[in-house]
Design a binder for this molecule. Structure first.
Ligand SMILES: Cc1ncc(COP(=O)(O)O)c(C=O)c1O
Length: 418
């Protein structure tokens, strides 16, 4: 036996790391790497932000686990107040869980309980998690579902506009996908049996694909007219990632239910489901819960994280860095036809790698990310249904110099793998 650790996790690298600070992680041999994975979009405030570390240290000495069914601790309400301030209008009461998938499950249970309806509509290419229910809602890649059947029933998949893949204009792609959604409601799940439509404003695992203008609004409109809950999964897009606290702020839509995790607490496992007070009141007491939800350490880490992101100028800076990064990558795309598309808001940028025929080139994307680790000491992950999108998801505190270093490594990798 060569290890006591399960092999089921796929690996991006074979590195063993001992510490992290800001955008940098240090391996056991002392080598430093720029971590442009942010632990899959989690450490938006950087590894071990001093304010988050201080909050966790302080809280650990007072209370590590104050079980929410047995008694309440003050940070539960304090975090609720802060989340109310930073989330879209109408999102004002919160259920706490531990992981993203658990929060999605919670949102689904809430939707079914308050509407009394069984079905869900999700969108092609989405990723909502790895539990049974959330696997059934996930279509970003076959590996997340294969071998796990039977998955829970009652999930219907509508298309998500992908103008780069289909060659349509954004407006045509949106119109077609909304017409297909109407067809799903006319032929597969009756509106009166549909509890919720659940969507990521920017597909994450599905390839860093933003919903084009008008798509979310079209879904929200259909939800309102049929009494279906409009649920946004902002697990990967939330907490400053797109240059706003939440990506939906740029889309002119407000969800009935908002799902949060990842960036919420800079790496401490805590997630949340938010909705109006009226909706939460209708979720029958005792019908959901969990041992660790609302853990005081997680709440303390989340409160410190929110303060960092909410500081004056922080999100302006993210938008400025995102624009600079996108411009640099678009410059590279002019030189390298293999860089077929550069897209995404803020510091959530997808770089789609294609072959000479314009088709997804996962082998090249893999070669590029390996070259970046080995020669540039920069860590990237890929995304997309065909694994050919290099995702740029650096900590939001990465400096211009660090971002330039990443672009340099990526440019050399593009040239070396051509
Ligand atoms: C949009 C989205 N939803 C849900 C999840 C699942 O979160 P977790 O891995 O914490 O269960 C993820 C994780 O990548 C995600 O990106």
């Amino acid at each position: 036996m060569d290890s006591h650790v399960a092999d089921v996790w796929f690996r991006v690298t074979d590195l063993e790391v001992v510490s992290g600070s800001g955008a940098v992680v240090t391996a056991v041999d002392g080598t430093e790497y720029l971590d442009f994975t942010s632990g899959i979009g989690v450490v938006n405030t950087g590894h071990c932000h001093p304010d988050v570390v201080a909050a966790i240290r302080d809280q650990a000495g007072r209370f590590i686990h104050a079980q929410v069914n047995v008694y309440r601790h003050p940070l539960l309400e304090k975090l609720g107040v802060r989340l109310d301030e930073v989330t879209p209008d109408g999102i004002e009461r919160f259920f706490y869980a531990n992981s993203g998938a658990e929060a999605v499950e919670g949102a689904v249970k809430l939707a079914r309980q308050v509407t009394g309806r069984p079905h869900l509509v999700v969108f092609q290419g989405s990723f909502h998690g790895r539990t049974a229910q959330t696997m059934a809602m996930t279509t970003s890649k076959i590996g997340y579902r294969a071998g796990h059947a039977p998955l829970p029933a009652g999930v219907f998949v509508a298309p998500f506009p992908n103008p780069f893949a289909t060659g349509e204009s954004q407006a045509d792609a949106v119109a077609r996908c909304l017409a297909e959604l109407d067809l799903v409601l006319a032929t597969q799940t009756a509106p009166g049996e549909t509890a919720a439509m659940v969507i990521e404003p920017v597909l994450g695992e599905g390839g860093y694909l933003p919903a084009p203008p008008g798509f979310l609004a079209g879904i929200a409109e259909r939800c309102r007219s049929h009494g279906i809950l409009f649920v946004l999964d902002e697990i990967q897009t939330g907490f400053g990632r797109t240059g706003r606290f939440f990506a939906c702020e740029d889309q002119g839509v407000t969800p009935d239910v908002l799902i949060m995790a990842k960036g919420l607490a800079s790496g401490f496992p805590i997630s949340a489901v938010g909705s109006s007070a009226e909706l939460m009141r209708r979720w029958p007491t005792g019908s959901h819960g969990g041992t660790y939800g609302g853990n005081p350490m997680g709440c303390a880490a989340a409160l410190a994280t929110i303060d960092v992101i909410d500081a004056p100028g922080f999100l302006d800076d993210v938008r400025a860095k995102g624009a600079r990064l996108t411009a640099a990558l678009r410059g590279l795309a002019d030189e390298h036809p293999a860089l077929g598309d550069v897209r995404g808001p803020g510091l959530m940028v997808g770089a789609e790698i294609v072959d000479g025929a314009g088709k997804p080139d996962a082998a090249r994307a893999g070669a590029i990310t390996r070259h970046c680790v080995e020669h540039g000491r920069v860590l990237f992950m890929t995304a997309g249904s065909f694994g050919n999108v290099v995702r740029w998801i650096p900590p939001l505190v990465a400096t211009d110099e660090q971002l330039d270093e990443g672009v340099g490594a990526f440019a050399r990798a593009l040239a070396a793998t051509g």
